[in-house]
Design a protein around this ligand. Structure first.
Ligand SMILES: [Zn+2]
Length: 219
């Protein structure tokens, strides 16, 4: 029988006697009053791209949903199980977040696999193939995109996929309405796991720009 992994045990002890102590008052307050995060993040399951770490977040600050390749499916009230859509609905209608960020990242295994023509699916199981078919629109965007150097193809696709997810976010009536009213802003972001550089989608240029440390936050 396998025990609790030692790394989790040691990590938990470090948290309980370190960060939890430092943040005790905040946890106490959050337990009493409930959470009220202003930011929702849709990130990838990838172990190298944890939103709470990238944004050095404190407890209660970020409402995070993570899925394979940080994809947002289009609005589809079809009676099926939709975990990402359920999280979105909760964030918007109950928590009333002021920002929704689709956070993509470099070297995304899901996106890389989606780009490999005639490749084996990511797994022999029942779910990933269907889920990754959500990238078809972004793949088409890549075809229509200005020519891209072969070494930049994956990165461009990762970013185009973020834009498609933003578009899909807007297909949810409850989201498009609050965006129009200015109550909630939608953002795209991209994290380079090798350099630690975060890029932010810039509406003016229609593409991603590195966040300049020490300057004003991007719009
Ligand atoms: Zn990923």
């Amino acid at each position: 029988m396998k025990h609790m992994p030692g790394s989790l045990f040691e990590g938990y002890v470090a948290f309980k006697y370190g960060r939890f102590r430092t943040e005790r008052a905040r946890y106490h307050e959050l337990a009493k009053k409930g959470q009220k995060p202003d930011v929702m993040i849709i990130g990838c399951c990838d172990s190298r791209a944890a939103p709470e770490m990238i944004f050095d977040a404190v407890p209660g600050e970020l409402f995070v949903v993570r899925n394979v390749a940080n994809l947002v499916p289009p609005y589809a009230p079809d009676g099926e199980y939709h975990s990402t859509s359920a999280a979105l609905e909760y964030a918007v209608q109950v928590l009333r977040v002021g920002h929704i960020v689709v956070l993509g990242h470099a070297r995304c295994g899901g996106i890389a696999a989606a780009l490999q023509e005639d490749s084996e699916p990511l797994s022999p199981g029942d779910f990933i193939g269907k889920w990754m078919s959500l990238t078809e629109a972004a793949k088409q965007d890549l075809v229509n995109h200005a020519p891209v150097a072969p070494e930049s193809r994956t990165e461009t696709m990762e970013k185009l996929s973020i834009l498609r997810s933003l578009e899909n976010l807007r297909s949810f009536p409850c989201i498009s309405i609050i965006e129009e009213r200015g109550r909630t802003a939608l953002h795209g972001a991209y994290f380079d796991i090798e350099t630690g550089v975060l890029s932010w989608y810039d509406r003016a240029s229609g593409w991603f720009r590195p966040v300049e440390v020490g300057l004003q936050p991007p719009v």
